[in-house]
Design a protein around this ligand. Structure first.
Ligand code: MN
Ligand code: MN
Length: 330
C-alpha cells in the first residue's frame, strides 16, 4: 500500500469505480488492529485522568510507558484488546457464533483480568449462570463495552453491511442491550468498512453526518467533552479526534491526552485511524513496545478475518476517489 502523506481528504470524486484488492484490505485491517492495540496500550496510562493531570505528569503523553491506575507494565494492553482478541480468535476458528464468543469471554473472566467493565462482567456472569447470549434491554447498558470490541466484527464482515448489522447487534447484546450502544457499534463498523476499502475522509464524513441526523445526541464540535464509559462521550471524542487530525499519530495522541476513558477512546480511534492511514503510519516505537506476541497476533488475525469476509469472496467495485487509490488499482 502506498500513499503520499496528506494525500487523502481532498474530496476528489472518482470518475468510475475501481476494484479494491484484497491484499490492500488485509493491510488496512492489520493496521486497524495494530492501531487499536497501540491506542489501548498508550491510553491506559491516562485512563481516568483529566487533560490537566496528564499535562502535569507527562507534558504530552506520546510514548507507551505503562503505569496508570492499573499500574501496567509498559506495552500491556487491557480488556479492550483482550475482549477483541476473544472475538477475533473465535470467528477465525469457528465462524461467527455468539455462543462461542460468550464462552471465550467466560474463560477470559476466569483469568481474573486486571480491568473489566461492570456491564461486561454482569453480562458474562449471566452467560455463565444461565447460558444465554442475550442481555435484557437495560437503561444501564449505554456504556462503551460493546463498541470497544467491534473491530473484529467489522473486519470479518467487510464488503457486506447487512452482515455487519446483524453480527454487530448480536455481539453487542451478549453484554450490552441499549439503542445508543447499538447505534455506536454500527456507525463505528460502517466507518471501518469505508476506511478498509480506501475511501477518503469526505466519504466518511458524509456517512457520519447522515448518522448524526438520526442520532443528534452524538453530535460533536470543537468543544472538549471529557470522555467516560458512556458510549455517547466515547464516540463524540473519537469522531472529533479523527476528523480534526491528519496523521495516525496526531489522531491517537490527541485522543489519549484528553484522558477520561483514554485506553478505550485511544483503541477505538486507533482502529479507525489505522484502517484509514495504513500500516506505514503506525509509529514503530509503539508497535515494538507492545508486549509478547500481541503485535504479531493482531495483524495475523486481522488478515485472517478479512480472508473470511464477504469482500474476499466477491471483490467490491467501489467508488473510491482516484487520488486515494494509489496502490489499490489492480
Ligand atoms: Mn481497558
Ligand atoms: Mn477503558
Amino acid at each position: 500500500m502506498t500513499r503520499e502523506h496528506g494525500e487523502r481528504g481532498d474530496g476528489l470524486v472518482a470518475s468510475k469505480p475501481y476494484r479494491v484488492s484484497i491484499e490492500d484490505v488485509g493491510d488496512r485491517a492489520a493496521a486497524a488492529f495494530l492501531g487499536f492495540a497501540s491506542g489501548d496500550a498508550l491510553g491506559a496510562t491516562a485512563e481516568f485522568l483529566t487533560p490537566t493531570e496528564i499535562q502535569a505528569q507527562f507534558g504530552v503523553l506520546r510514548d507507551i510507558v505503562g503505569g496508570g491506575w492499573l499500574r501496567l507494565p509498559a506495552g500491556s494492553v487491557t480488556d479492550d484488546t483482550e475482549m477483541s482478541l476473544c472475538i477475533a480468535r473465535s470467528i477465525v476458528e469457528v465462524g461467527f457464533s455468539p455462543q462461542d464468543i460468550a464462552e471465550r469471554f467466560a474463560a477470559w473472566l476466569k483469568t481474573a483480568p486486571r480491568d473489566v467493565g461492570a456491564t461486561c462482567r454482569r453480562g458474562i456472569r449471566r452467560y455463565i449462570v444461565e447460558g444465554t447470549v442475550f442481555a435484557q434491554p437495560s437503561e444501564m447498558d449505554a456504556g462503551n463495552g460493546a463498541v470497544m470490541r467491534m473491530l473484529p466484527i467489522a473486519l470479518a464482515s467487510v464488503g457486506d453491511s447487512s452482515v455487519l448489522a446483524k453480527w454487530s447487534t448480536a455481539q453487542a447484546h451478549i453484554t450490552h442491550y441499549h439503542p445508543l450502544s447499538d447505534a455506536a457499534c454500527l456507525i463505528f463498523g460502517q466507518l471501518l468498512h469505508l476506511a478498509l476499502v480506501g475511501h477518503g475522509k469526505p466519504r466518511l464524513l458524509a456517512l457520519t453526518d447522515d448518522f448524526l441526523s438520526h442520532y443528534p445526541t452524538f453530535k460533536f464540535d470543537g468543544k472538549f467533552v471529557q470522555s467516560s464509559a458512556y458510549v455517547v462521550d466515547t464516540l463524540r471524542t473519537v469522531l472529533r479526534a479523527f476528523f480534526e487530525t491528519n496523521t495516525f499519530e496526531d489522531c491517537v495522541v490527541r485522543t489519549v491526552n484528553w484522558g477520561g476513558d483514554a485506553d478505550t477512546t485511544g483503541a477505538i480511534v486507533g482502529a479507525l485511524a489505522g484502517a484509514y492511514y495504513g500500516l506505514q503510519e503506525i509509529p514503530r516505537r509503539w508497535s515494538k513496545k507492545l508486549q509478547g506476541e500481541v503485535a504479531k497476533e493482531v495483524q495475523r488475525l486481522a488478515r485472517d478475518l478479512v480472508a473470511r469476509s464477504p469482500v474476499a469472496a466477491r471483490p467490491l467495485n467501489v467508488d473510491v476517489p482516484r487520488v486515494f487509490l494509489r496502490g489499490l488499482i489492480e
